[in-house]
Design a protein around this ligand. Structure first.
Ligand SMILES: [Zn+2]
Length: 215
């Protein structure tokens, strides 16, 4: 059987991409990408996705740095796969997404040359509009910016006691508690999501060690 990669990508669910060792997009499942683009405001696509670094789609700063590290570990046989369930909300809709990135192992190649990158919508639910999900995001702390976890979409509440631990709450609770409308979001990780990514890192390292012992 001969199967064309583009044909395969077109038949896959969600946004499906092939990433090379430079973390550049090589192939795109066009059908779902076009639908995604139109559903999120549409307009003419500025430039083809092919050739762009996938890291451009992550907010600059700790989020981009973390995902770059995780993706590179897949090429270095340090992890089997990258699997992150995350929220990607619109102002009037909650969206549960899954990112799954796996190495493409080709026969006769000792090095992983490509990754399959797939981002799938698992579920969505309408809700009363929350303005903060319409704001621009940065990876840096700026005056008036509100910290938000890029995985679970919780926001950082000001602690009642300035010396107390940071609390992460749902965005609707933030407004219910009289939170000020921010001017910008600052993407990062809450402690719980950061430690889950780290735990996955440890599991992946152990898996890679087992694999290298058995070869
Ligand atoms: Zn989180």
């Amino acid at each position: 059987m001969k199967l064309d990669i583009q044909t395969l990508l077109e038949s896959m669910d969600g946004i499906a991409l092939i990433i090379d060792r430079e973390l550049r997009i090589q192939c795109v499942g066009q059908r779902n990408w076009q639908s995604f683009w139109e559903e999120n405001g549409g307009g003419p696509v500025e430039a083809p996705l092919s050739g762009r670094p996938i890291t451009d789609s992550f907010t600059v700063g700790p989020v981009r740095d973390t995902f770059r590290k995780l993706l590179l570990e897949l090429f270095e046989h340090k992890r089997a796969l990258l699997h992150v369930d995350y929220r990607c909300d619109a102002p009037d809709e909650m969206r549960w997404m899954r990112l799954c990135v796996t190495p493409i192992v080709t026969s006769g190649e000792s090095k992983v040359q490509y990754l399959l990158y797939q981002s799938i919508l698992l579920d969505s639910q309408p809700r009363a509009r929350l303005g903060l999900f319409d704001l621009p995001a940065t990876g840096l702390q700026r005056p008036g910016s509100l910290r938000i976890c890029c995985v679970c979409a919780k926001v950082a509440a000001s602690p009642a006691d300035a010396a107390g631990p940071q609390r992460w709450i749902d965005a609707d609770e933030y407004y219910a508690r009289g939170g000020q409308e921010p001017t910008m979001l600052s993407h990062g990780f809450c402690e719980q999501c950061a430690s889950k990514l780290l735990a996955d890192d440890r599991a992946a390292t152990q898996w890679a060690a087992t694999q290298s012992q058995s070869t």
